[in-house]
Every structure is written in structure tokens, then in C-alpha cells.
Write a protein that binds this ligand. Structure first.
Ligand code: GAL
Length: 672
């Protein structure tokens, strides 16, 4: 069981928009109860109502609402209000507004428009946080602190420039070390002193890849430091409730892993473009993000926001088809979430989100299609309460490393037209998920010993001793799958000398000699080598990048079919110590990953819960010390036959008659 003992069902609630309509606030609570909503997130954008003038605090309305929610057994995640600030604050302290990379200060407006360094902003945030903590930190309804909202973006103001210089001084100690790490003699950009360094800008320095990379690291560190300061203020006010930040889909502006020492629970806001094309693909993509968030802290996470119907900021505001809300909510649970939360409980009347989906819309009653479906989610979560807090056990992992991605996508290497990193990660993910395996999505700083198979696609940068970690892993019996464009640079984006993949030539039994970039629409093929030990027997298409390797001890399993490198290895395997090191030379089509993953799993003799899983059906497990829960979800448009060995399991949720309906979920349980 988790700390809340039960799945949280709720979401962002903005009563400050309705303070002049007490009857509406009454109705809200009545409707929440009807929908089995047991949690709301309050105060996300409430600063101007909580502190209408500098130093004048009005918390009475919030207290009244929290008390009422408490009486009705509805828990509260209380937000700190730093994501958007009052006009008076921006007018009075100009430094709080952000400066963009062209060095222009923003005007007041929007949100996420503040400097994380500004002492004035930090002071004002601290003052209100201490007060919020003193007033509500020990209230029985309040269960966690939701820090700010969707942290993101960067500021290039003079205060941030100073902080960046300081950060560099700490990291490099001497300016010579910095010059060396960034290769500044190139184009004669050598610095004489730390005081000369500026953040990258479209109007100035943007070709020093080491600078670009360190700036991104600094932005993450500065944001982590800001969250730390928020947390300290809450502690100062006397509350030590769990700290949560809500993360975003495939957001590359922050390295979320670096928040691990400040934040207690990972959470994210999920807004897939359901029904834009194939839902089966969207479901896989969303699953990958769930797994990434869960793997950050390797424990249950929270689905902090999702839309009950349609958003109003995507290019088309498509309604969720009947049944999809329940399916996507249970998908989050399947992947390790302990909550289903929405943005928003009640739809606002004005401004930019007035047409965004909500639990309660402008009509204001509960006889709506959406409300009915929300009730079904609430009901479903109640039925499977025993699963709350259970763990996800993954025996395979994929390394999807943001720092390496930052560097690789900035590098001006073999393909500026698109390296397709995430797509490549997703192909490996799909190949593994097709078999019903849980997959951890980790970075290269995380441990890998616990996994049977680790994929490291396009791991351009090797840092933090990854070479040694990889070597030990294979030596001890692991199966490591590395691909083209890996082990090329060090942590400041300086190319490794002496052959790539760096320090792993013997582990993989080869050296990557050259890499060919292909134009869009150009293809090559990998032909299966006769009698290869995995019994691969097809020819697979590849595109984008083809690595030309020279093998020493590795055995080719596929070879190229065309071009001057016809006959060169396209997939290799090298036995090293007790394990195997595979090397994928080119960007292969999905079919390759499907077949290859199946063969690898067979080779490792891994146990699978279900066999012959049809396309579009996702199988995911959670477990307690005693039991395993198997979620089987059909994301196809039609009902589909699924073979489930019911002698081994009890069905604890959903309808199954040999088939599972479209968007249907069946949950099975067995003793371990
Ligand atoms: C999220 C944000 C919410 C709301 C929502 C709309 O990104 O955190 O405050 O704006 O989007 O979909």
C-alpha cells in the first residue's frame, strides 16, 4: 500500500475563480463525491488571491475550502504558487521577469515567466511558502506539496549570467580547464577569464557545443536549486509532507533525473493526441513516457494531470471516444501510477483555458457523457484498490539518456536532418513490450546489474564511467545491445580518440570505422547470415544511418545488402565473459526489433506472462510480495481474441469472453 492507502482520483481545482458563487463551490463537492473523487490539487495559480498586495495575505478562503473538503473526505495536494505571479509583484521587482536568449526582458504575462535566480523572486516565494506551510502544513486533509507547476524554460538575465559563471568556476576551477573541455581554440574563441563567458545565444555564441551543454546542465541545476529553496521554506514553516513536481511529456529542457534528491514522488501530465491516427501507436508512445517517469525514482508515480475529454491547445480539440478515458487512466495505473488526476475539476469561464475539458463543464450538471465516464474511472479504481502501492518489476531496460541526447542533437554530425533518437528508442521498446515485458527507461547514471537485457541505442556520449559499467555488466552475464553512433564523445562533447565505441572495442569485438548518413527515402538492407545463432532469417530494411564496422572477435548476424559496404556486418554479437554484447549497425525497421527482441528473450529463457499477444494489446504487470497483477488492454478499434491461460489466474477486473472489447481492460491476478 502506498502512503495514501488508496488510488488518488481527482485533479486541479481552482475555487478561487468562483469565490463569488458559493452555491457553485457547494455543488463542486457534491459532484466530486458522486464521481468518487477523493483528492484535489489546490492553489496552483492562486498567488494574486492569496497575496493581493505585497505582504498582505488572505488565506481565509483557502482554509474554508480545505476544511470543507476534509469534512467530505477529500484530500488536498497544496501547490506553492510560484508558477505564475501577481502583476504587482512583477511591477515592483522587475528582476523577477525572464530575459530571453536575445537578452530582452519579457513583459508581465503568461506563466513560467520568472527568473529562477532572482533573489527577490526567491524571497517572495519563500515568504508565501513559509506561511502556507505554517497554516496548512499540518492540516489533516493536506497530503503533499505540489511545487510550482510544470517547471521549465530558462532565463538569460544578468543574475543568471553571474550564477552561470559561478557554476563554471566551481566545475572547472581554472579557465584553462574550461577552454580545453570546450575546445575553444576552434574559431579562436578562447576565454581569458570566467567573467567573459556568456550563455549561448542566437545572436552570439552558439557553436561551442561544450558551452551549450553546460548551459543546459546549469539550467537544470538552477531549477533544482529553486525547488530546493521552495522545499526549505516549507520545512521552515513546519511541514515535511512529500514534495512533488509535475513533469511533462518528452520535455528536453530539464534533466528530470537530477530532481531525485529533492522530490519524493515523480509525476507527469499526460496529454496524448488520442485518435490522431492509430491509437495503438499512441498507446505505445504514452506507455514509454509512463515507464520513463516511473523509472526515474523506481517507485510508483502519480498521473498528475490528464484531460477528461479534449484539450484546447492541441491543433485539433478531438473528443476522447467512449471508453478511452477509462482505458488511458488504467494504462497509467498498469505502468505504476497510484493516481488518476485531471486538469481540471471545473471548467473556467474565461481566459485561455475556458474550452479545455473538465470534470464539470459550463453546463454545470452531472448528466453529461464525460461525467459519466469519470464516474466509471472512479468506480474502476475502487474495484482494484488492492493494487495501489504495488511495484513494477522490470527485467529489461532501455537507456534513454538526456545529456547524451542534448549533445547528439547539437553535434552537427552524420545527419542534421534528423537522427530519430526517440523513434529508435521506441522501436526497441515496442519490440520488448510486444512480448508483454515491463521495461525500465533509464539513463546511463542508473544501475544496470539487475536487468537481463539492456538496450543502449545511439548512446553518443559515454560519461560517469559508463564504459566500466557496460564492461562489468557483460562480463557478469548480461546481454547488452549497443547501436551505431555510440561512445563517440566524452561528457563535454569532445570526441574520444583511439577508436569507438570508446573503451569497449574488445567487449563488442569490433571498431566502428565510418558512418554513412542516408538521405530521406534512401534505404539499405540487412540480410540474415545463414545459420546465425539467433536463427534470424529475414532481410530487414534500414535507413538514416549505416555504421561501417570492422569486426575482430564479433560474429555478424546480418550483413548489408547494398552499396560499397555490401557484405559488411549490419548486426553483430560478441561473447565477452559470461555475457553477450550485440551491436546494431543501422537504423532498422520495426520488424527487425520485433524479431530480434523475441530471439533475445528466448536466448535468456525469460518467463512471459502471456504468449502470442496480438498487435494493439498491451500487457503490463505490477506486483506485491505475494501476488502478480497482469493488465491486459486492447487499444485496437475492434474487439480482439486474446489467449489467456485462465487456469493460472483469477480475473479481478473487466470483461473477457475469449475476446477483449475495444479500449477494454482485463486485470488478472495470480499468486507468485
Ligand atoms: C498543463 C498545465 C495545466 C493546464 C493544462 C492544460 O500543461 O499544467 O495548468 O494548463 O496543461 O492542458
Amino acid at each position: 500500500m502506498n502512503m495514501y492507502k488508496t488510488f488518488l482520483h481527482g485533479g486541479d481545482y481552482n475555487p478561487e475563480q468562483w469565490l463569488d458563487s458559493p452555491e457553485i463551490l457547494e455543488k463542486d463537492i457534491e459532484y466530486m463525491k458522486k464521481a468518487n473523487i477523493n483528492e484535489v490539487t489546490l492553489g496552483v495559480f492562486s498567488w494574486s488571491v492569496l497575496e493581493p498586495e505585497d505582504g498582505v495575505y488572505e488565506f481565509g478562503w483557502l482554509e474554508e475550502i480545505i476544511n470543507k473538503l476534509h469534512k467530505n473526505n477529500i484530500k488536498v495536494m497544496l501547490a506553492t504558487p510560484s508558477a505564475a505571479r501577481p502583476k504587482w509583484l512583477a511591477d515592483k521587482y522587475e528582476e523577477v521577469l525572464r530575459v530571453d536568449e536575445s537578452r530582452h526582458r519579457n513583459l508581465f504575462g503568461g506563466r513560467h515567466n520568472h527568473c529562477y535566480t532572482s533573489p527577490q523572486y526567491r524571497r517572495k516565494v519563500r515568504e508565501i511558502n513559509v506561511r502556507l506551510s505554517k497554516t496548512f502544513g499540518n492540516h489533516p486533509a493536506v497530503i503533499a506539496w505540489h511545487i510550482s507547476n510544470e517547471l521549465g524554460g530558462e532565463c538569460h538575465c544578468p543574475l543568471c549570467q553571474e550564477a552561470f559563471k559561478e557554476w563554471l568556476r566551481k566545475k572547472y576551477k581554472t579557465i584553462d580547464a574550461l577552454n580545453k573541455a570546450w575546445a575553444t581554440t576552434f574559431w579562436s574563441h578562447v576565454y581569458n577569464d570566467f567573467s567573459q563567458v556568456e550563455s549561448p545565444s542566437v545572436r552570439g555564441e552558439n557553436g561551442l557545443h561544450g558551452l551549450n551543454l553546460d548551459w543546459k546542465r546549469f539550467v537544470t541545476d538552477q531549477t533544482v536549486d529553486f525547488v530546493k529553496a521552495e522545499k526549505e521554506a516549507l520545512l521552515e514553516g513546519g511541514s515535511n509532507l512529500p514534495i512533488i513536481i509535475n513533469m511533462m511529456y518528452d520535455y528536453c529542457g530539464l534533466n528530470y533525473f537530477k530532481f531525485k534528491d529533492v522530490v519524493d514522488i515523480a509525476s507527469w501530465d499526460s496529454y496524448p493526441t488520442w485518435h490522431k491516427g492509430d491509437d495503438v501507436e499512441i498507446a505505445v508512445d504514452t506507455a514509454l513516457q509512463h515507464d520513463f517517469i516511473r523509472s526515474l525514482f523506481k517507485k510508483p508515480f502519480l498521473l498528475m494531470e490528464s484531460c477528461p475529454s479534449s484539450t484546447n491547445w492541441q491543433s485539433v480539440s478531438k473528443l476522447k471516444r467512449p471508453g478511452l478515458l477509462l482505458a488511458s487512466s488504467l494504462q497509467a495505473i498498469a505502468h505504476g501510477s497510484d493516481s488518476v488526476q485531471y486538469f481540471q475539476i471545473r471548467q473556467s469561464r474565461g481566459s485561455s483555458e475556458k474550452f479545455h475539458g473538465a470534470v464539470i463543464d459550463h453546463y454545470g450538471k452531472t448528466d453529461t457523457r464525460v461525467f459519466k465516464e469519470i464516474c466509471e474511472v472512479g468506480d474502476g479504481l475502487n474495484k482494484i484498490e488492492e493494487i495501489c502501492g504495488s511495484k513494477t518489476n522490470a527485467k529489461v531496460a532501455i537507456i534513454f539518456d538526456l545529456e547524451s541526447r542534448w549533445a547528439m542533437e547539437d553535434a552537427q554530425g552524420p545527419r542534421n536532418k534528423g537522427l530519430h533518437y526517440r523513434d529508435t528508442v521506441k522501436k526497441a521498446y515496442k519490440g520488448l513490450r510486444r512480448l508483454g515485458l515491463n521495461v525500465d527507461i533509464i539513463n546511463m547514471e542508473q544501475e544496470i546489474d539487475e536487468y537481463e537485457i539492456v538496450f543502449a541505442p545511439m548512446l553518443y556520449m559515454f560519461r560517469d564511467g559508463f564504459e566500466q559499467k557496460a564492461r562489468n555488466y557483460v562480463e557478469q552475464g548480461g546481454s547488452l545491445v549497443l547501436s551505431y553512433w555510440s561512445g563517440i564523445v566524452n561528457e563535454t562533447d569532445l570526441c574520444h580518440l583511439g577508436g569507438i565505441p570508446h573503451q569497449l572495442l574488445d567487449v563488442f569485438g569490433l571498431r566502428s570505422t565510418e558512418i554513412d548518413g542516408l538521405y530521406d527515402g534512401e534505404y539499405n538492407y540487412g540480410v540474415s547470415v545463414e545459420n546465425n545463432h539467433l536463427n534470424l532469417n529475414k532481410t530487414y530494411r534500414c535507413e538514416h544511418l549505416c555504421d561501417l564496422v570492422r569486426e575482430t572477435t564479433a560474429t555478424p548476424l546480418l550483413t548489408y545488402q547494398e552499396d560499397f559496404y555490401k557484405g559488411f556486418p549490419a548486426l553483430t554479437c560478441n561473447t565477452f565473459g559470461k555475457g553477450k554484447a550485440y551491436y546494431i549497425c543501422a537504423d532498422f525497421e520495426q520488424q527487425f526489433y520485433d524479431d530480434f527482441c523475441e530471439k533475445l528473450v528466448e536466448e535468456k529463457e525469460m518467463q512471459l506472462e502471456l504468449l502470442n499477444i496480438p498487435r494493439g494489446v498491451q500487457v503490463t504487470t505490477r506486483e506485491t510480495d505475494k501476488d502478480i497483477y497482469v493488465f491486459v488492454q486492447n487499444f485496437n478499434k475492434e474487439a480482439i481474441t486474446v489467449d489467456m491461460p485462465l487456469n493460472k489466474y483469477t480475473i479481478i477486473y473487466g470483461n473477457y469472453d475469449g475476446t477483449i472489447q475495444s479500449f477494454g481492460t482485463v486485470i488478472l491476478k495470480r499468486n507468485k
